[in-house]
Design a protein around this ligand. Structure first.
Ligand code: GDP
Ligand code: IMO
Ligand code: MG
Length: 412
């Protein structure tokens, strides 16, 4: 298939409650990219990439790192645990992936997570089911204007003045020294790359319904996970984002607390959970599993302006007899056609389902759309119809090569 001219940059955004397979999709797309730039979150994220016999879970380092000669940017919108970042760099190097300021830059304006943030998160995060990584408390300090930025931590004089009396000072000063060579003005770097027409992927962490403004508050994370976050989290104009790709699972999952209208309980839920290996990449917690919710999908399309969808984990549905798609909610005798973030309403919504026939064919070796079983094609077409957005990528396994490109005009 001849490649039509696609966008030169794409924001890759989770459409649900995180863990949609963003890491896999970004790694796949990164082959053609020059820059991969993360714009939000911290080490609450766990982005899994499988290439050959290597399986890597990234928490802070962007998902372009498995390719040589890509620049990976950690933007100002993140909160960074420097100890975790250094461990991650070491882990990557052990796996033969060389990290240097040539392929990794860290924003001087990102905020840092310190031990007391983690302690506080462990105390207060239980009601939400946070990852206990200190994310919420660090973003709270940022909003309260008492946070510490990366440039302050790597400047010994400033860091000593601000926290020199704290017991963690010596340990964290060591981390700061190690990270110093990577610290840079990343907004200028990204804007320059855009000006030079470099191919860029903007990497989202978490998903639309975990967004602090547009998610199922308070069961959300503390950053903007949606497409708007690209601009604030990297320091670029909305005019520069050319395209948005939503990453979406064939079914839904959620880790932690909060409403989940299409949640499946019982044997089928357990089967999908097991086949899909639905355990959190960061905390190892079991992920809750649910049917495809087109109200969530349409909402994510609207909030992010999604141009095309990368649909992951279609292979997991093999041997599931009947597939359900939620097309409306029933709420106190009324039918709702649109998603709501009012959790008082959401928690009393019952899903209205359409049912479709499943398939028994193994999808994991399929290389193009035409080879998919008819019932799988019907399922994909119904999703496109309901969300009114084309599916550009279909993922049929965790490995890089288990990826079907259905419409390459949406790829860089
Ligand atoms: P992320 O946070 O959005 O990057 O997603 P995670 O890495 O936390 O979770 C996605 C999980 O699904 C990982 O274990 C991936 O290796 C795996 N995965 C991604 N795409 C597929 C797919 O198409 N099929 C299957 N079976 N697994 C996939
Ligand atoms: P990736 O990038 C799935 C969830 C937590 C909790 C809530 C708040 O891998 O998709 P936090 O620690 O952020 O204050 O927790 O958000 N959560 C995620 N769930 N994937 C993630 O990231 C998540 N990051 C946070 O489970 O419910
Ligand atoms: Mg994840």
């Amino acid at each position: 298939m001849a490649k039509q001219s696609g966008p030169s940059n794409i924001a890759v955004i989770g459409m649900e409650w995180g863990d949609e397979g963003k890491g896999k999709i970004i790694d796949f797309l990164a082959e053609k990219a020059d820059v991969v730039a993360r714009f939000n979150g911290g080490n609450n994220a766990g982005h899994t990439i499988e290439v050959g016999d290597k399986k890597i879970v990234l928490h802070l380092v962007p998902s372009g790192v498995m390719h040589k000669d890509k620049l990976n940017v950690v933007g100002n919108g993140l909160v960074i645990d420097s100890k975790v970042l250094l461990q991650e760099i070491k882990f990557l190097e052990k796996n033969g992936i060389k990290i240097s300021p040539e392929n990794l830059v860290i924003s001087e304006n990102a905020h840092v997570i310190l031990p007391h943030h983690i302690e506080e998160d462990k105390k207060i995060g239980g009601a939400i089911g946070t990852t206990s990584r200190g994310i919420g408390p660090a973003y709270s300090d940022k909003a309260a204007r008492i946070g510490l930025k990366v440039y302050e931590v790597v400047d010994e004089n400033i860091f000593r003045k601000r926290v020199g009396s704290e017991e963690f000072y010596q340990e964290y000063k060591g981390y700061a020294d190690a990270l110093k060579p990577y610290v840079n003005d990343t907004s200028t770097i990204i804007n320059y790359a855009i000006e030079k027409s470099k191919k860029i992927l903007f990497e989202g962490a978490q998903g639309t319904l975990l967004d602090i403004d547009h998610g199922t508050y308070p069961f959300v994370t503390s950053s903007n996970t949606t497409a708007g976050g690209v601009c604030t989290g990297l320091g670029i104009s909305p005019k520069k984002v050319q395209s948005v790709m939503g990453v979406c699972k064939a079914y839904k999952t959620r880790v932690g607390m909060g409403p989940f209208p299409t949640e499946i309980t019982g044997a089928i839920g357990e089967k999908i959970q097991k086949i899909g290996k639905e355990f959190g990449a960061t905390t190892g917690r079991q992920r809750r599993v649910g049917w495809f919710d087109s109200l969530v999908g349409k909402y994510a399309v609207m909030i992010n302006g999604i141009d095309s969808i990368a649909l992951t984990k279609l292979d997991v549905f093999t041997t599931i007899d009947k597939l359900k798609i939620c097309v409306a909610y029933k709420h106190k005798g009324n039918i709702l056609k649109n998603f709501t973030t009012n959790i008082k309403v959401l928690q009393d919504c019952q899903p209205v389902y359409e049912e479709m026939d499943g398939w028994w064919d193994d999808l994991t070796k399929i290389k193009n759309y035409e080879q998919l079983p008819n019932n799988a094609k019907k399922y994909l077409r119904r999703i496109e119809e309901l969300l009114k957005v084309p599916i550009s990528i279909i993922s049929v396994g965790p490995k890089r090569e288990q990826t079907i490109v259905a419409r390459n005009e949406f790829l860089i």
